[in-house]
Ligand binder design. Structure first.
Ligand code: NAD
Ligand code: DAU
Length: 344
């Protein structure tokens, strides 16, 4: 008889999911992981390198396909953690279809399959963006019961997913926990997102596209700190509960770029203001008091230490970066930023 805990992770070949897989393998010697991922453009087998561990099983599959999910999800699974999503706001503005399919339909399929297989606990990885935008220069923060006000198709799809999770808890008694986090940064983040895009362009002496006036504020957290918070919520979170996760680290976008350029010793003239994102949320800021007090979570990295680690990783992993920036990425980049601001 096996006493291993069975954990089913979706989206574990992506940025945050692969960091969570690493954390679980290191911290929970009694767990066996199924990593279920469709390997979309954002899912990267390179993220799973060095994870050849007999407790980690990768299965390629689509969360919106119940047959594929049921084929991979075993009876007696202890926890399902749903990271799988279309995650980039700009892509959702260009076309929302895949966001509805994966983020909304896919979440419902997982909830149904979890009930069918008797999964004990369902963790939904959500985002601060479901609560919309905060006023600039205010002391307002997102708390767990801030009203929903999603502004992008991505945020709306993640809000819909939260509603479905809530409904599964309320109607069917499924044991669920929702975690919401702000902007993650760290190793293995796909360079469509602002920080790795700015970092990789700066490393290649290419212009860094900054939307609008560059004064939009994001609340940044190092990816491993986010993952430790999810682990605590998974182990000790209240059934039916929601936890906001944030490192109290608000930064304006231009300051993020300045920090990167200064650390790399690159000129600030690489910063290039471009047309704003439609519907661009002005400010996100999380109040993490609940997870700090109830689950005793604290971030380990400061902004400075996290940024140093991130820059170091990208400098040491040129091959990873080169591969993610080749092929389809070039087409995406041309479409998103136009001819005048090319990455090579
Ligand atoms: P990512 O885009 O790097 O990875 C997403 C992963 O999901 C990829 O591996 C992809 O292949 C997989 N996937 C996509 N569609 C799938 C499908 N239909 N079936 C199975 N797998 C599929 O995303 P990320 O930045 O690691 O984000 C992970 C989760 O965390 C998402 O749910 C996102 O909404 C949430 N989140 C992200 C951030 C952030 O700053 N990146 C912040 C808060 C919450
Ligand atoms: O807040 C959590 C969310 O953070 C997650 O739910 C999303 O999955 C994740 O993508 C992220 O969303 P953002 O829209 O905040 O992240 P992004 O990296 O796209 O942009 C960060 C900020 O930088 C935002 O104000 C827009 C700006 N930006 C972005 C890009 C890609 C630029 O100025 N230039 C750019 O080229």
């Amino acid at each position: 008889m096996s006493f291993m805990r069975k954990i089913f992770i979706t989206g574990g070949a992506g940025f945050i999911g692969s960091a969570f897989v690493r954390l679980l393998l290191a911290e929970l010697p009694d767990c066996e992981l199924t990593n279920f991922d469709a390997l979309t453009y954002a899912g990267n087998p390179d993220n799973l390198e060095e994870l050849h561990n007999e407790r980690h099983h990768f299965i390629q599959g689509d969360i919106a396909d119940s047959r594929e999910v049921l084929g991979a999800l075993e009876e007696g699974t202890d926890v399902l953690v749903n990271f799988a999503a279309e995650s980039h706001v700009d892509r959702s503005i260009a076309s929302a279809k895949e966001f509805i399919r994966t983020n909304v339909l896919g979440t419902q399929v997982l909830l149904d399959c979890a009930r069918q297989r008797g999964v004990r606990r369902f963790i939904q990885i959500s985002t601060d963006e479901v609560m919309g935008s905060l006023p600039e220069d205010s002391t307002a923060y997102f708390v767990e019961d801030s009203p929903f006000a999603p502004n992008s198709p991505y945020a709306a799809s993640k809000a819909a997913a939260e509603h479905l999770v809530r409904a599964a808890h309320h109607t069917f008694g499924l044991d669920t926990v929702i975690t919401r986090c702000g902007n993650n940064y760290g190793p293995r983040q796909f360079p469509e997102k602002f920080l790795p895009l700015a970092l990789s362009n700066a490393m290649n002496d290419q212009p860094i596209p900054v939307y609008g006036d560059g004064r939009n504020v994001r609340d940044w957290i190092y990816v491993d700190d986010h993952c430790r918070a999810i682990l605590l919520a998974m182990e000790n979170g209240r059934s039916g509960g929601t936890y906001n996760i944030g490192a109290r680290n608000e930064q304006q976008n231009i300051d993020v770029v300045h920090s990167l350029l200064d650390t790399l010793g690159k000129p600030r003239s690489l910063l290039s203001f471009v047309q704003d994102r439609p519907g661009h949320d002005r400010r996100y800021a999380m109040d993490p008091t609940l997870i700090e007090t109830e689950l005793n979570w604290r971030p380990r990295e400061t902004w400075e230490s996290g940024l140093q680690k991130t820059i170091h990783w990208y400098q040491e992993n040129g091959r990873w970066l080169e591969r993610t920036r080749s092929g389809a990425y070039q087409d995406y980049y041309r479409q998103q930023y136009g001819a005048e601001i090319q990455a090579t």
